[in-house]
Design a protein around this ligand. Sequence first.
Ligand code: SP5
Ligand code: ZN
Length: 342
Amino acid sequence: MKTVFSPRHRGHANQLELMAGAIVPGFELPSRAEFIHDRILEVGLGDIVAPKDFDLSIAERVQAKDFLDFLPTVYPRWKELGREGTALAYTWPTRGLRGDVVPECLDGALGHYSFDAGCGFVEGTWDAIKSSHDVALTAAELVKEGAGSAYALCRPPGHHAGSNFMGGYCYINNAAVAAEYFRVNGAKRVSILDVDYHHGNGTQEIFYSRSDVQVINIHGDPNQEYPYFLGYKEETGAGEGEGFNINYPLRWGTDWAGWSQALKDGIQKLEAFGPDVVIVSLGVDTFEKDPISQFKLKTEDYPKIGALIKAIGKPTLFVQEGGYAVADIGVNAVGVLTGFEG
Ligand code: SP5
Ligand code: ZN
């Protein structure tokens, strides 16, 4: 299968995040995408192509225009304030505060448009976000035009970003934009299968009231794990969308036996839905050596994931999400893709 990749992700570097009471170097490193890129060449998965330039009209159908307009302004405004380093939010509107105001002050606006301190901005961040969006849409276009599969090597990732907020290293929700692209281009039903270790709260929120995009998530139980405030089993969709959101929260320590049971059950529900196209939000932070995660998948398990997805028999778009064991991320992510290829 073809991979879409842009070196413009590299400008999103040296960002900081808040973890366990300390400001630490971000885990979402440029080397993540480079290790995957190099592994694709090593195994000869297929051509690696550059993204086309897309406008944000599809993105604006799933994420608010004011939010999307805000993203490119953050770092220029940060610099205008005479600051350097990473622009990061530190105040968030929770219960009892006004969620409807966007303060003039950049720090307030950053808080308004995010739910955690996982989305720092540096000089090259917006350009990387836009390139990641373009990577997803270019790969979606390949699938639309008849490729059985394609891989969007997105960085930054997207699944924590919702209709008007960022968080969890995610700004534009690449998988959601791709799903909307397929809908606009004739697909009647789209399934998003999110296998990242963390619940894809943004994807769930975007499609929660819709019956045309089924969202299936397998992830660390939010009682134990980030993002804590969404991803529980009883969240099954609302209104028209009732029954089209499916969560598999799994406890810390889950290994292939438990994890693959959830995947097989999810695939059954996906097949019953009967989508025209499948989007896989492909995180490999389920790996036993992931530095911020608590599942126990092994390198040998990733090709099995690909094979199970291949057996669905649908056009499939893989969209890269998380995975922080950088030395292993290439082998694991590409393992899913080679397992799919068979
Ligand atoms: C796309 C994606 O995978 N985003 C993940 C964002 C996770 N951010 C919060 C991480 C919290 C880690 N806490 C565990 C501490 C391990 N020592
Ligand atoms: Zn993750």
